[in-house]
Structures are given as structure tokens and as C-alpha cells.
Design a protein around this ligand. Structure first.
Ligand SMILES: [Zn+2]
Length: 281
């Protein structure tokens, strides 16, 4: 099974906002632990913390669909979803469809995004972030790299939006980096570089409004010296998992441009729909 089918068109637009790990559909560690697919790996009454044991079982046992728990046949490239849930994924629309005014990270040349951040994709993102199912990040990145091959031809280097030190330490990996690595390798072997660091930890964004997110993130990123030396004037692809208001992408992009980058294009797997686009599920 593959999601190549539903992923049609090239959702190339300008503008939109992104914030890692935000939005009502984003899930939470608690939410992920309650997920039926997670429960299937629990041992007795003791909850098994997401880690190597769960990931091993996920590959050894017939895996339930991450969204609906129906059996998934084969590993394929279907994001851990059954065929029915795969068919419900909502890819971004055709190229050239502009996002609503005011939603764009102003300093980004354009925004490329893969799918609407609605069920069942929220279960995929939660599986990647909170259950450390790394293969989901690779599959997302590979699909994005193939889909946007034409747009990525003008990119010089790929850089993930970094997690804060403590959050990365707690999570054990950086989901944006996993996606970015797959995008880079799929798009003709682009160079993947860590070009940003977090100056300070920022509080979780999920319950903040747009203006508050921007204040929370102001000055949160610092560009590495390689931006001004090796990559001065170059076109950087900035990769993250989810965009909500765009505050995170804007802060990261601004730091790169200030340090000497020539242009920044943002690429995210999922875009949280604007309020007027949201539907009741
Ligand atoms: Zn399903």
C-alpha cells in the first residue's frame, strides 16, 4: 500500500504559518498514550513507555492502523495507515493556490506543504513525535521530496527547524530532522545541514494565539556561522513537521536571512487549516 495515489498535484503556495507541535489535532503525549494502537502494545495494566520495545513490536507484529486500528497489510509506504485511512488523507491543492492573506511567514519565499493536518494525518504525526516511529518521518520526507522535486531543484541546502535541547533530549530524536533528511536524500542528494540552534527553550505553542506565539519565539533561533560563510547568498530549504501560525518558521527564516542566506523556502509535512477551513469531525 502506498499513499502515492492520493498525493497528487503540487501544493506549492506562498505563505502560511508553521509552528511545531501545535494545533488541536496535533495530539499530545497523553493523547498518544491513549491511542488504541498504542494500547495494543501495553503489557497488562502497566503502560509501556514509547521506546525501542514498542518500535520493535510495531515491526514484528501485524500492526494496527495508527488511526483506526484496522489491520494494516505489509509495511509499504502508507504512513502506518490502512488503505481506507490512506484514502482519507488530504494533500495540499494544486500549485499556485495562494493561502489566505496574512498567513504567510513573510520572510519565506514560498511555503511547500504536503497534507492538511486533519485526521488521519494527526495520528501519523503523533506516532512520529510521541511514539518515535521514525519510519513515518522517512516516509513523509520521501513523499515530499518526490512530490516537490521540481521546486527543490533550486534549493542549495536543507536545514531542519531544531528542537530545543531539553525537548530533543527528552524525545530522543528530532522529527523535523528525520523528515528533512529523507527530503534531502530523495531530492537528488541535497546536503543536509544543521544551520540553526535554539537560543533558549520556548514554552509549548499549542495553546497560544498567533501574536503570542510570535512574542514567544522572537529571537529564539540563532544561525550557525556556516550560514554566513559556506551558505552566504544560497537558497535554504527550511523543514518542519507542522505549520499552524507560521511563527516558528518566521523566526527561523529571519535568523537565516539575517546571517546571510539568500532566500528561504519552507517545507512542512502538515498544515493546520485556517479556522474558516476547519471542519467538525
Ligand atoms: Zn485506518
Amino acid at each position: 500500500m502506498t499513499v502515492e495515489g492520493p498525493v497528487t498535484g503540487t501544493g506549492l503556495t506562498t505563505g502560511a504559518g508553521l509552528t511545531r507541535g501545535a494545533g488541536p489535532a496535533n495530539g499530545s503525549p497523553e493523547g498518544a498514550a491513549r491511542h488504541p494502537a498504542t494500547r495494543s502494545y501495553e503489557s497488562g495494566s502497566a503502560r509501556v513507555a514509547p521506546g525501542w520495545r514498542e518500535r520493535l513490536l510495531h515491526f514484528l507484529l501485524p500492526a494496527p492502523c495508527l488511526a483506526c486500528t484496522a489491520p494494516v497489510e505489509g509495511r509499504g509506504s502508507g504512513f502506518g495507515l490502512c488503505a481506507a485511512c490512506c484514502g482519507r488523507l488530504e494533500p495540499s491543492p494544486a500549485a499556485g493556490l495562494a493561502l489566505p492573506a496574512g498567513e504567510a511567514p513573510p520572510s519565506c519565499r514560498r511555503l511547500l506543504w504536503g497534507w492538511h493536518y486533519r485526521p488521519p494525518l494527526d495520528a501519523v504525526i503523533a506516532g512520529l513525535k510521541f511514539r518515535r516511529l521514525d519510519y513515518l518521518g522517512r516516509q513523509l520526507g520521501e513523499q515530499l521530496g518526490r512530490r516537490f522535486a521540481a521546486e527543490l531543484a533550486e534549493i542549495d541546502v536543507v536545514a531542519p527547524v531544531p528542537l530545543g535541547f531539553w525537548r530533543r533530549l527528552g524525545r530522543g530524536f528530532d522529527q523535523a530532522e528525520t523528515i528533512a533528511a529523507a527530503v534531502a536524500s530523495t531530492a537528488g542528494g541535497l546536503r543536509l545541514e544543521t544551520l540553526l540552534s535554539r537560543r533558549r527553550s520556548t514554552a509549548p505553542q499549542s495553546l497560544r494565539g498567533g501574536a503570542e506565539r510570535r512574542r514567544n519565539l522572537a529571537g529564539a533561533f540563532a544561525a550557525r556561522t556556516a550560514v554566513g560563510k559556506t551558505w552566504r547568498g544560497c537558497h535554504i530549504l527550511l523543514v518542519d513537521d507542522v505549520i499552524t501560525t507560521g511563527a516558528t518558521l518566521e523566526a527561523a527564516s529571519a535568523a537565516l536571512l539575517e546571517a546571510g542566506a539568500g532566500a528561504v523556502t519552507a517545507l512542512v509535512a502538515a498544515r493546520t487549516p485556517a479556522p474558516e477551513e476547519q471542519i467538525c469531525l
